[in-house]
Design a protein around this ligand. Structure first.
Ligand code: SAM
Ligand code: SF4
Length: 329
């Protein structure tokens, strides 16, 4: 229905839905999970498989043609394989963001679903550092699964959240990682969320990353073309097999071309990662309300940039937003 496409007041069309399948995770990354964890909530508060499928159907009927599964950790969801198989029957492009620990359980299901892009998070190439950042010890398993995913022909993107004083000294090691591997490393600026101790001094900016890389590689650093709604600015080093990108939501946001909506595991639609405003689709669905109207309402209330935040400074920044683990990055 043309008149019901998800176009906001700034002319942006929304065809990409990121679904957080659950709030739980098998890691405890310092920048994502509050140290005390997040309280486990009653199962009834979350979408059942059927409810998830009904809500997704509504999004697809409104023009969504790309779905990314995220979390929490999507691969620890018990019915992950069934969810994947069902979504594969819809006419959408499927993707997933995972910490990679359980990928080896699902190679066949992932291939069968037609999903070809795997975003795998790995913030360091040093094992002890991995253990400190994630508060768990799965380094080798994640690294092996990244290698295996590349060998199996998936389009692999490695997500690296850069935090000053933690891992910014590994930028060049990650660039070397792209030398002989068909992989894209994506450096992500550390973003502020509830309970994650963010402050400006920990942000590793776009400029710092580019300066560091060009100092070493000079004119071998080449700019690649970015896709239409790309969040990353993409580059490669001449003659390297892989490439890298920089996602700078903090110092250089990409809101102008944003086409994303988010659905949380408890069935709330969020029109922006940084928005604390949510609309409850799950209870509306349980009460027989029209979901299309609510989804459109959410889209129409989207701000031009970063949920209307003027800055991330304490005076402007609302701490009422969720922690990243319960939004779904
Ligand atoms: N568990 C999965 C994973 O780690 O890939 C999926 C969920 S996780 C919330 C999605 C992505 O968000 C990961 O790449 C993670 O590194 C990123 N992320 C989490 N907290 C962040 C923060 N404060 N700033 C920037 N990126 C963050
Ligand atoms: Fe879990 Fe991913 Fe958050 Fe790490 S970034 S705690 S793996 S949800």
């Amino acid at each position: 229905m043309k008149n019901k496409q998800l176009i906001d007041n700034f002319g942006r069309s929304h065809d990409y839905l990121r679904i957080s399948l659950l709030e739980r995770c098998n890691l405890r990354c310092t920048y994502c999970m509050p140290e005390e964890g997040i309280p486990l909530r009653d199962k009834q508060l979350f979408m059942s498989q059927e409810e998830l499928f009904d809500i997704v159907d509504t999004f697809v009927s409104l023009g969504v043609n790309k779905i990314r599964l995220t979390g929490g950790e999507p691969l620890i969801k018990k019915n992950f394989a069934q969810i994947l198989a069902h979504l594969a029957t819809l006419n959408v492009n499927l993707a997933i963001t995972t910490n990679g620990i359980l990928l080896d359980k699902y190679w066949n299901e992932l291939k069968d679903s037609g999903l070809d892009t795997l975003n795998i998070s790995l913030d360091t190439l040093i094992e002890e550092r991995f253990n400190a950042i994630t508060r768990r010890s799965y380094f080798e398993r994640v690294l092996n699964n990244i290698e295996e995913a590349i060998a199996r022909g998936f389009d692999v993107k490695v997500n690296v959240v850069l935090i000053k004083g933690t891992n910014e000294d590994e930028i060049l090691d990650f660039i070397e990682f792209t030398k002989n591997r068909n992989v894209s490393v994506r450096f992500i600026e550390f973003m502020p969320f509830d309970g994650n101790q963010w402050d400006w001094s920990k942000t590793v900016s776009f400029k710092y990353i580019i300066d560091t890389v060009s100092e070493k590689y000079g004119s071998a650093l080449q700019k690649l073309e970015d896709g239409e709604n790309a969040t990353a600015r993409n580059y490669k080093i001449k003659d390297f097999k892989g490439s890298f990108g920089i996602i700078s939501s903090v110092t250089n946001p990409f809101c102008d071309s944003c086409n994303r909506l988010r659905l949380t595991a408890d069935g709330k639609i969020k029109n922006c990662l940084f928005s604390s405003e949510e609309i409850d689709l799950l209870n509306a669905h349980r009460n027989g309300q029209n979901l299309e109207d609510l989804i459109l309402k959410s889209v129409k209330s989207k701000h031009a940039e970063r949920a209307g935040l003027k800055s991330f400074d304490a005076d402007d920044f609302s701490s009422e937003n969720r922690s990243m683990v319960s939004i779904g990055g």
